[in-house]
Design a protein around this ligand. Structure first.
Ligand SMILES: Cc1cc2nc3c(=O)[nH]c(=O)nc-3n(C[C@H](O)[C@H](O)[C@H](O)COP(=O)(O)O)c2cc1C
Length: 207
């Protein structure tokens, strides 16, 4: 017996990290899309993306991407990209919600393009984590038009200060301060709350 009640929320955004997706426009410029429906399994990232976004179109035609992860201090720059699209033809739904076409998302956000190593879209210099990758498949999730994009990560580049002392290929989770989104609002992470039994497994065993 619980005192739980049935509710019918319009969204189920219970809290995920924010990412800025870099993809290549037809004219060779890079589009930036703020998003937060992302998770990782091994070296694969899975991204939930609106099928009519410029990002989805770019990924179908030019399947290279950088998943830039902003730290919490970049929230102002990320928020300046909200309600923008790189698509010149605004869908009626986006127009009704107050979206505007923005050709240069870097200028809009006050962010700096940075040459990527293994893909053509530029990375976001200010983001401490750049995950470069190639799309391996796109799955239709049905209505409302959403796709799940599978990305094989080809390069991981991080700000050096994020690394765990004595482990050049590991991230120190106490130094990584991701920007999080929960029910359309921005949050940061708090401190560690409990010792982790899973963390007793050597990370290298996951290779
Ligand atoms: C913080 C934040 C998180 C978002 N998360 C997602 C998401 O996970 N998936 C998605 O399709 N759109 C998400 N959006 C909305 C997209 O950014 C929006 O559809 C945008 O117009 C897409 O850009 P594009 O058309 O230039 O690709 C999010 C927006 C913000 C500001």
């Amino acid at each position: 017996m619980t005192s739980h009640i049935d509710i019918d929320p319009a969204i189920l955004y219970f809290g995920t990290p924010v990412a800025l997706l870099s993809t290549l426009n037809e004219d060779g410029t890079t589009n930036l899309m703020p998003m937060s429906s992302v998770f990782w399994l091994g070296r694969t990232a899975v991204l939930g993306v609106g099928a009519s976004s410029q990002t989805a179109r770019n990924l179908r035609d030019r399947p290279e991407i950088v998943i830039n992860l902003p730290s919490v201090d970049l929230v102002g720059q990320v928020d300046r990209l909200a309600l923008t699209t790189g698509s010149a033809q605004l869908s009626p739904a986006k127009a009704a919600r107050g979206y505007a076409f923005v050709a240069d998302k870097y200028a809009r956000a006050g962010l700096t393009p940075y040459g990527s190593e293994t893909v053509l879209p530029t990375s976001v210099a200010e983001c401490p984590v750049h995950l470069e990758g190639r799309v391996s498949s796109v799955h239709d999730l049905g209505a409302p038009k959403l796709v799940a994009v599978e990305v094989g990560v080809t390069a991981v580049r991080v700000a050096p200060e994020l690394r765990l002392d004595g482990h050049p290929h590991r991230i120190d989770p106490d130094r990584w301060r991701p920007l999080m989104m929960s029910f359309q609002h921005f949050y940061g992470l708090g401190d560690r709350v409990h010792p982790s039994s899973l963390a007793s497994i050597d990370e290298e065993l996951y290779r």
